[in-house]
Design a protein around this ligand. Structure first.
Ligand code: ZN
Length: 367
């Protein structure tokens, strides 16, 4: 499969592609996890599951949420290349980073909390995407239509979330048919796998503009690893949007964090590198007062920082696709200016042709 990253240096592209390929093959659960998802999890009360998750000991560095190895690799490749690296800034309108909100709705309890969370997000000027499981719980079409009318987005989150989607290619392809039906029915253009299982080759069977099953780095998932990139990239026929801020569940349940300290530190890292800050939270877990207040406090904090491009994943994927085309024509035709006049670029069209100069300079140097 062809991958294309925002840094157009060949050595960096090859190394980043190899990392993504390696991470993408990492989709099979260990026998222990397979047993857990198939037999134990469905009958286990949620508090028992959470107790088990709290007891998981995963050795990590203090900065486990920063993909430093990937950053160093990219920097080294770019430093070795003597030629100038031609590209354009990742984000439109001279903004410094992208800020994207996504939610995976796990259960009917989560469905019931959507309206409350969406209202508060809207009040702060944000719009998010809601990834729904099409064949698990009842989906309220009135709510779906209302969210879409207000500028929120609907995405699809697996098939029925039973942990079996990737059990074989045959199973995946059978279910892909039903997933594509749901994509059409709910007007979705994006997908995220349950438990962030990921095989970017198999995912090509879905009728989507973007997938968001990858992450830059996350040692706390059932299939840990990560692609490293804090920017979107092209993966075959779609745009891949890795989530880059640790999941709410990992922080609040797995690690017992009491505040948004880790989100803030990671956001700082992303801003330094002009990356994409993509959150993955669950309305099912943002039910307690402390957790939902921590989430909304963080949104307010980001709002105060300013100078970011807030977009839904769909808008972001479309921007990235157009940006990629522009970079290609720039490289092929040696064009010196970029025409952003066509109306279809919507709110992204103005002043996006900022020559990309500073982001690579800000990558961490080898220590
Ligand atoms: Zn899920």
């Amino acid at each position: 499969m062809e991958f294309s990253f925002f840094f157009k240096n060949r050595a960096a592209q090859e190394k980043a592609s190899a990392l993504v390929e390696a991470d993408s093959c990492n989709f099979r659960l260990s026998p222990k996890y397979r047993f857990y998802y198939r037999f134990a999890r469905p009958i286990m009360p949620i508090f028992v599951r959470q107790l088990l998750q709290k007891g998981r000991k995963i050795p990590t560095e203090f900065d486990w949420y920063e993909p430093n190895a990937f950053m160093r690799l990219v920097t080294e490749c770019c430093e070795l290349a003597k030629e100038e690296i031609t590209t354009i800034h990742p984000w439109p309108n001279r903004t410094e980073f992208a800020f994207v909100l996504t939610h995976d709705v796990e259960t009917s309890v989560g469905m019931r909390h959507i309206a409350r969370i969406a209202d508060i997000e809207e009040g702060l000027g944000f719009r998010s995407s809601w990834n729904l499981i099409p064949y698990k719980y009842k989906i309220d079409m009135g709510l779906v239509n209302d969210l879409r009318d207000r500028g929120f987005e609907i995405g699809i989150h697996g098939y029925n979330h039973d942990g079996q989607l990737y059990s074989s290619r045959r199973v995946f392809e059978q279910r892909a048919v039903g997933i594509n039906v749901a994509i059409k029915k709910y007007g979705a253009v994006g997908f995220r796998s349950p438990m962030v299982h990921r095989n970017l080759n198999w995912l090509q069977a879905l009728d989507v503009e973007y997938d968001s099953s990858c992450f830059d780095i996350d040692p706390f998932q059932a299939t840990p690893g990560g692609v490293g990139s804090i920017w979107p990239f092209i993966a075959g026929k779609f745009v891949e949007l890795p989530y880059t801020l640790p999941q709410d569940h990992t922080l609040f349940v797995g690690l017992g964090e009491l505040d948004d300290r880790i989100w803030k530190t990671k956001l700082d890292f992303i801003i330094r590198h002009q990356g994409m800050a993509m959150m993955l939270t669950h309305p099912d877990y943002l039910t307690s007062r402390r957790e939902s207040e921590t989430y909304f406090r963080f949104l307010k904090y980001v709002k105060e920082i300013g100078n970011f491009w807030h977009a839904t994943p769909k808008e972001l994927a479309r921007w990235w696709r157009k940006r990629e085309q522009t970079v290609s024509s720039l490289l092929n035709n040696d064009a010196t200016s970029i025409d952003y006049s066509d109306g279809d670029r919507g709110r992204c069209h103005t002043d996006a042709a900022v020559t990309f100069e500073t982001a690579l300079e800000r990558l961490p140097k080898r220590v």
